[in-house]
Write a protein that binds this ligand. Structure first.
Ligand code: E4P
Length: 358
């Protein structure tokens, strides 16, 4: 090879920077490498998107090095049943021993809040960024109670030396929840608006100044699969389409609220959303991505969103309620999500009550 040919070959192989400017990688359609090491699908995804771990089982997340972590009432209930986390429940009970409350007077709720914060503090030892802690689902239609609960959770974190910037208070994206988010953001308490299944919810959250939204993918797929009686794959997955539409809307109209796709059923849903601001992924799907060498190509970007012909949506209260009611999937999934998170919190409360009476 002549010197000239060699130089040209080197130029062709020049490491590229991805749009986040994070990693240099040599791109070839078959295999993606980082400094000549083959990148697995998880490593490739991380060059396009901030990867978040979706679990209360914090011992599982170390090997995946996520930036943030998310929890919900179901995940915490699942984690606390494991022997390895029994000590956190004991600690939460001990912290409230002298609070002056009895069972039936709010003691169990206080213990649950302590438990959520203890899990959050443990999780924060394993991630450099933020933890999402969800407020009780039975507050989903009560703005004032949600604000009070969020303030109290943040005060508990701060008492343990965790600054509010490392916590996202997760709130259901009902009209009342979104108004709570608006109030909290003005106080520097950051929110993660969850149980989000529609553009109307997403636009209302952005206009309320939410730091982050969690549009669900898998639960949307579940609904359409059950209705249609068949599966949907890749870009045809209605959950993927919903998050793509929300992401494009935000980028096109310049909203700052971060979009974090959540609730995944398989890795192809995740790969289809590469480029989304963040994706929160369960440990088993993180493991599947880490085991795979399939190329992960960026699908979402502010540049491509700019070319989308999207109309602005009015989300005054009446219009929000109208759009949500018109969307049977979003209406049913929001209601069902609140019911099932509340059911798991009730199970946790019963478990704590049993422990207190033992
Ligand atoms: C995270 O923010 C969500 O609560 C979670 O991804 C929901 O996942 P699921 O639909 O699998 O319960």
């Amino acid at each position: 090879m002549s010197k000239n040919e060699h130089l040209q070959a080197c130029r062709r192989r020049k490491p590229r920077f991805d749009c986040l400017g994070k990693h240099k990688m040599l791109f070839n359609p078959e295999i993606v490498t980082f400094k000549h090491k083959i990148m697995n699908s998880l490593e490739q995804l991380k060059t396009h998107t901030k990867v978040v771990a979706d679990t209360g089982d914090f011992q599982l997340i170390k090997e995946f090095s996520p930036l943030d972590s998310t929890t919900n009432p179901t995940l915490i209930y699942k984690a606390v049943q494991q022997e390895k986390y029994e000590h956190l429940l004991e600690q939460a009970i001990a912290e409230n021993e002298n609070c002056g409350l009895q069972i039936g007077q709010g003691l169990v709720d206080k213990i649950i809040d302590s438990l959520l914060v203890l899990f959050g503090c443990e999780i924060l030892k394993h991630v450099p960024g933020r933890v999402s802690t969800e407020v009780a689902a039975n507050l989903s239609f009560d703005t004032e109670a949600t604000v009070a609960k969020a303030r109290s959770i943040i005060a508990m974190y701060e008492a343990k030396g965790i600054s509010r910037d490392r916590v996202l208070i997760k709130i259901a994206s009902t009209w009342e929840g979104i108004q709570a988010g608006r109030i909290l953001e003005k106080e520097g308490i950051h929110v993660n608006m969850t149980l989000l299944f529609s553009l109307a919810q997403a636009v209302a959250c952005a206009e309320a100044g939410a730091t982050l939204i969690s549009p669900f993918v898998g639960r949307i797929l579940d609904w359409y699969k059950a209705k249609a009686g068949h599966d949907f794959k890749g870009a045809d997955d209605p959950g993927v389409q919903s998050v793509t539409m929300i992401y494009n809307y935000y980028k096109k109209f310049g909203y700052k609220t971060e979009v974090m796709g959540a609730s995944f059923r398989n890795t192809s849903e995740i790969v289809e959303l590469a480029g989304c601001d963040l994706l929160t992924i369960s440990p088993n799907l993180l493991a599947d991505l880490a085991k795979s060498n399939e190329p992960v190509v960026r699908k979402l970007s502010p540049q491509s969103a700019a070319h989308e012909g999207i109309q602005r949506l009015d989300v005054s209260e009446k219009s929000f309620r109208w759009h949500l009611n018109e969307d049977a999937m979003a209406t049913e999934k929001l209601a069902d999500g609140i019911r099932s998170f509340n059911a798991d919190t009730t199970k946790l409360a019963n478990m704590i009550e049993k422990e207190l009476l033992a």
